[in-house]
Design a protein around this ligand. Structure first.
Ligand code: CTP
Length: 210
């Protein structure tokens, strides 16, 4: 499991981040642990913490740290759910000292981070179940299916930023679930803890059929 944003440092005091709270992923970790699963949660900088004390939390800051941790844990995981909002780009150079205003900063050179989900999909074994998230604003279903195929997923959870009460910062979410046969299930707006139960239940149903 992973959850939360990543912070990509510019200098010791500044970073590039995003609006992810980690709430959805932490709720999924709790829902699995409540069923008795052994859960490893790779968690980016987030104020959210799981309620279940059995969950092993691996705290990370950057996309690169999250990649390393997830790659280390993945081979022994039966089910992996990647809900983190991993930065797609990181500054090419991190200044060692604080950049002073009077020195000026015209632009920040960025380089692409590694796609964690894609890397896991490439090394996935037959007995492993891999779930990704898609956060879309346009052509939602088409883009989600494209990600599901490109990243070799068994299931993808689609959040549309167009839905009121869904996505970043809300305690509620509205999702669709699409499996690798392109069957989809649409859910109404619910509290994230309830959405987490729906996601876990869908994974269990699909695992039974696998
Ligand atoms: N993801 C990842 N590593 C990245 C970027 C994304 O593991 N460097 C994962 C996310 O955790 C999520 C899925 O990929 O499960 C889709 O993320 P999303 O931001 O919707 O899509 P991207 O693949 O980054 O593509 P785009 O931003 O162009 O929509």
């Amino acid at each position: 499991m992973n959850a939360g944003p990543t912070y990509e440092p510019i200098d010791p005091v500044r970073f590039i981040g995003n609006h992810s709270s980690g709430k959805m992923g932490v709720a999924i970790a709790d829902a699995f642990a409540d069923l008795g699963a052994d859960v490893d949660l790779v968690l980016g900088p987030s104020h959210e913490k799981p309620l279940n004390h059995g969950i092993k939390i691996h705290e990370v800051q950057t996309a690169s740290e999250m990649y390393q941790k997830c790659m280390g844990i993945f081979p022994s995981a039966k089910i992996s759910v990647l809900s983190a909002a991993v930065a797609d780009f990181t500054p090419s150079h991190k200044a060692r000292s604080k950049i002073k205003k009077e020195d000026g900063l015209q632009s920040i050179e960025l380089e692409a981070t590694k796609d964690i989900l894609l890397s896991l999909g490439e090394s996935k074994k037959e007995n492993q179940f891999l779930v990704g998230f898609a956060l879309e604003t346009d052509n939602e279903r088409k883009n989600a299916i494209k990600k599901l195929k490109a990243k070799n997923l068994d299931m993808i959870v689609l959040n549309s930023l167009k839905d009121d009460g869904a996505g970043f910062g809300h305690s509620t979410n509205k999702i669709s679930i699409i499996d690798n046969k392109e069957n989809s299930l649409e859910f109404p707006l619910k509290d994230k803890s309830q959405v987490a139960v729906d996601i876990v239940q869908s994974i269990m149903n699909l695992l039974d059929k696998k």
